[in-house]
Design a protein around this ligand. Structure first.
Ligand SMILES: *[C@@H]1O[C@H](CO)[C@@H](O)[C@H](O)[C@H]1NC(C)=O
Length: 356
């Protein structure tokens, strides 16, 4: 059965990412409703989707959210709102029995994530089926990271990891002025950083256990901090560094996993005008194998979510949703950054990462 969903939010990310991706996935999902706080923005976003969702209707305000919660023809919702309110809206929809995919970050803090999980657990058993709670973070669905994970089997003993993120969040970026990102604890380090931590955890195949970090605020046009430099230890004992600059004049993004027999590197790049990631394998002796994977994670994770909803509709409670997008996975990414931010507030004192 093709599920019907409501899109909650009509901001830049909905207009430039969700609507184009949902158009590509029109065989897998029907977009029934679009909701925004204001009628005007709901209507404007609906017009962008009209070509592939001719019957789309608009809802707005609190009353509109209640209508969506009560509409039994809507099986799932995508929550694409300010980071500060997403968890509340997601829980409201889950409680109404809707399957939810929520944009990252999973939560503003680990304490919010813990409270949310216990709230979610409290009403799960009162329903005949378990509403799915997915977080859209896309890196766990990027083929480049899956390929790098496989290559890790051939690097010998893991010796160290370097994650270097020199971002390009300047005034030309459409999210630069987004007010909610500026009020978030950790600013862009948390908002963007969850992706980079997801890539690290996925390829390493181990959790980050402890961190020690120093941060600084250099560019006053950005929320603090805009630089963070951390070392960390994985649960297997492997040491590593995570260095992040929110806005650099010469952006560069890579993850490098150094082993006793070979090194694996994933690097952001552009090949034939396509944005994506190169995956490099250095077996030693000067040779290198390289392959390029264009971005496709947003598409893949949405497809997985719609597939999970249709399976849940067909087989009821027995269906296990894709673990890559679970709320807990995304909360683990927040936990690593929160530990780094807290350590940096205490001048690099070691901090343990909260486990979920
Ligand atoms: C912002 O960063 C991009 C990518 O590095 C660059 O092309 C652009 O010139 C920068 N804009 C400003 C205003 O610095």
């Amino acid at each position: 059965m093709v599920p019907q969903i409501a899109l909650l939010g009509a901001g830049i990310f909905v207009r430039t990412q969700y609507i184009p991706r949902l158009r590509e996935l029109a065989d897998y999902v029907i977009v029934k409703t679009i909701w925004s706080r204001s009628e005007e923005s709901a209507r404007a976003a609906a017009e962008l989707a009209r070509d592939f969702a001719p019957d789309i209707d608009c809802k707005w305000g609190e009353g509109g959210l209640d209508d969506i919660a009560q509409d039994s023809s809507i099986h799932g919702v995508a929550v694409v709102l300010a980071g500060q309110i997403q968890v509340d809206v997601s829980l409201r929809m889950l409680r109404a029995g809707k399957h939810v995919i929520q944009e990252k970050p999973a939560a503003e803090s680990t304490s919010e994530a813990e409270a949310a999980l216990s709230n979610y657990g409290s009403f799960l058993n009162s329903r005949p089926y378990q509403p799915i709670w997915a977080v859209a973070e896309n890196y766990r669905f990027e083929p480049a990271f899956a390929e790098a994970r496989k290559m890790m089997e051939n690097i010998g003993d893991m010796m160290n990891i370097q994650v270097v993120i020199e971002g390009s969040m300047n005034s030309s970026n459409p999210y630069f002025s987004s007010p909610w990102r500026r009020k978030l604890y950790g600013g862009f380090i948390l908002d963007m950083g969850v992706h980079f931590i997801a890539g690290l955890r996925m390829v390493a195949g181990f959790e980050v256990a402890t961190v020690s970090a120093v941060s600084s605020h250099v560019d006053s046009s950005l929320p603090p901090p805009d630089n963070l430099c951390s070392h960390f230890k994985l649960t297997n004992g492997c040491p590593g560094i995570f260095v992040m600059t929110v806005s650099s004049p010469s952006p560069k993004i890579y993850w490098r996993f150094v082993g006793s027999k070979a090194t694996v590197q994933v690097e952001r790049g552009v090949v034939n005008k396509q944005h994506g990631y190169s995956v490099l394998f250095f077996p030693g002796g000067g040779s290198c194998q390289s392959s390029f994977f264009p971005f496709s994670g947003v598409n893949e994770e949405l497809k997985a979510f719609f597939h999970d909803i249709s399976q849940a509709l067909d087989d009821g409670s027995s269906h296990e949703p894709d673990p890559r997008s679970s709320f807990i996975e995304a909360a683990r990414d927040v936990a690593v950054l929160e530990a780094m931010l807290e350590s940096s507030e205490r001048d690099g004192a070691p901090a343990a990462v909260k486990t979920f």
